[in-house]
Design a protein around this ligand. Sequence first.
Ligand SMILES: C[S@@+](CC[C@H](N)C(=O)[O-])C[C@H]1O[C@@H](n2cnc3c(N)ncnc32)[C@H](O)[C@@H]1O
Length: 319
Amino acid sequence: MAVKKRNKRPGLLSHTRPRIAAKNQLTPSATTVSLSSKATRNLIRSHHQRLKARERAVLAGDKAQVAQIDAQIDANGGLESYQLASKTGQSRERGGDSSTVLLEWIRPLLRRIKQARQQDGSMSSGKLRLLEVGALSTKNACSQHDCIDATRIDLHSQEPGILQQDFMERPLPAADNDNKDRFHAISLSLVLNYVPSAAQRGEMLKRCSAFFTPSPPCLLRDTETKNFAPYLFLVLPAACVLNSRYFNSERLNDIATCLGYSKFKEKVTNKLIYQLWEFRPGSHHNNSNKNKTATIFRKEELNPGKTRNNFTITLNANS
Ligand SMILES: C[S@@+](CC[C@H](N)C(=O)[O-])C[C@H]1O[C@@H](n2cnc3c(N)ncnc32)[C@H](O)[C@@H]1O
């Protein structure tokens, strides 16, 4: 049996994560794209539960328990079968691809970019550069728009157009704003809830700001769009925000505000919360809440109740 390679550096997301199951470890149901809604939900839920249990075992230093949970995750097809289930959940019949909401919200901006590109008759006007973290497909709505230049990454790439990379280990871009490794928008659609610990979720949110760049050149020339600020597109299961003992909309707003974000759009459905944040550090027009000076957000009970879940995001913005 092959000996597992140990990582020496502690603390990174990938280092506390189970490995991706090999194809031959997928269960028959996991390889079938036509999973029923119930099977899809169960597979996603049990994968999340196992990741959380694994994180607890890692924190407790219980290696035997970690190995046991890894074996269970593998036996159920690992990240690969989870991704298949997520993809099925995103199919048109099941409510569709979340990037259609992003596209709807930024359509006026994309129209401006298109006009400018047509007027210039050249590529110099630029496109909207989008970093899609946790990308499952190269054919989702935002990938098909000709004014969006999408860079897609995932812990486990399923297609050639998706780079296999942990966002938390993606090299930081150089300082110049024209750098191709900087983006006008970052999508974290159903990704934060995949991250097993509250502190790692906060770190992920914080890290996004290091990858932003101000604006495609054509928008700066346009009086209506010259105030463009980079976007963070966030999608979370509604229950994470609306039915958690340790989290709620106000806490999410406070954390985002503390990191320099200002809410631009929001849509809440029975299942999901979609939000579009503008990154405007230093702007305090949205800081009307009582936590405007807080920079440390701990896990604390905000909504007591036995039937609630334990989702939360913690953050130390000073570190
Ligand atoms: C539920 S899927 C969501 C996929 C898609 N964005 C959507 O909205 O349906 C979550 C994906 O996030 C990926 N992911 C989680 N943490 C990540 C990280 N640190 N870097 C890159 N991808 C990550 C997982 O591998 C998984 O494929």
